[in-house]
Design a binder for this molecule. Structure first.
Ligand code: ADP
Ligand code: MG
Length: 252
């Protein structure tokens, strides 16, 4: 589904990713871990061709299409979706309005408003969020945790096949974390999507049970393993004092 090949990325001559490789198949869950500043968020943003970053070499192939230099709206239409570390708010544009337009853009069909509103309400129930979220401005006046849930509301409507979650756990309390993880698992069961998760949160890793775990250091994947690599990295880090309180591995 997604192949990142020898990707090198910089900002103002500072190299942030060098020779980065990752290969994610249909229906797989991958976790990225690593110290603060290792390049995890950079990778997530570059997958969507964020214009702040310069791609020096390598490419990104999504379902056999080279998306390395593609417009983000086109990448989105191909079925990629990102929940950023800090989702921004857009005042004055309601969730429902934005989603209806996005959906019409994506499918090329007119959205029937009654069926659409019913679908939105059903997702609000699933996510345990008030139904008035539907008509609120995008993330307007919402807490960090509510924003993350709101991003999942968008996911259910836009139905992406590949989902990137950059620290979705930040801002979520323990109950919200469980709702979010179970919701993602329910979505994956229904649509067999692939998921890339950036996290150091043990509970989230436990709940999502990834197929592959990659440790990112200095802008490249330094180690790949299975679920146990994540659990051992967290455990050894705590025992040896190599994992600081923010969850970054400082001396692995
Ligand atoms: P991580 O998510 O692994 O903590 P990031 O990918 O956010 O790390 O950042 C990697 C490095 O790149 C950091 O040193 C960060 O300061 C730098 N960086 C990221 N984005 C930019 C940018 N737009 N301009 C300048 N430096 C950046
Ligand atoms: Mg980050």
């Amino acid at each position: 589904m997604l192949k990142v090949n020898n990707l090198s990325v910089s900002v103002n001559d500072k190299i942030l990713l060098s020779d980065f490789n990752i290969d994610i198949n249909d229906g797989e869950i991958h976790v990225l871990m690593g110290p603060n500043g290792a390049g995890k968020s950079t990778l997530c943003k570059v997958l969507f061709n964020n214009p702040d970053y310069t791609i020096n070499s390598g490419n990104i192939i999504f379902n056999n299409v080279d998306i390395t230099n593609m417009d983000p709206s086109e990448i989105s239409k191909l079925g990629m979706y990102i929940v950023n570390q800090s989702p921004i708010s857009i005042e004055g544009v309601s969730n429902a309005e934005m989603l209806r337009i996005a959906l019409e853009e994506r499918t090329g069909e007119k959205v029937g408003i009654f069926k659409f509103n019913k679908e939105l309400e059903d997702v609000c129930t699933k996510l345990n969020i008030p139904k008035d979220f539907i008509f609120r401005g995008i993330n307007e006046g919402m807490s960090g945790g509510e924003r993350k849930k709101n991003e999942l509301l968008h996911m259910w409507i836009l139905k992406p096949s590949f989902i990137i979650l950059d620290e979705i756990d930040s801002g979520l309390d323990v109950d919200a974390l469980k709702i979010v993880a179970n919701n993602l698992i329910e979505y994956k069961k229904e649509y067999n999507c692939s998921i890339l998760i950036v996290t150091h949160h043990e509970k989230l890793i436990e709940l999502m049970h990834p197929d592959y775990v990659h440790i990112v250091k200095n802008g490249k994947v330094s180690k790949t393993g299975d679920y146990n690599l994540a659990i051992n990295t967290l455990k050894e880090g705590f025992i040896n004092g190599t994992l600081d309180m923010t969850g970054s591995i400082s001396n692995e």
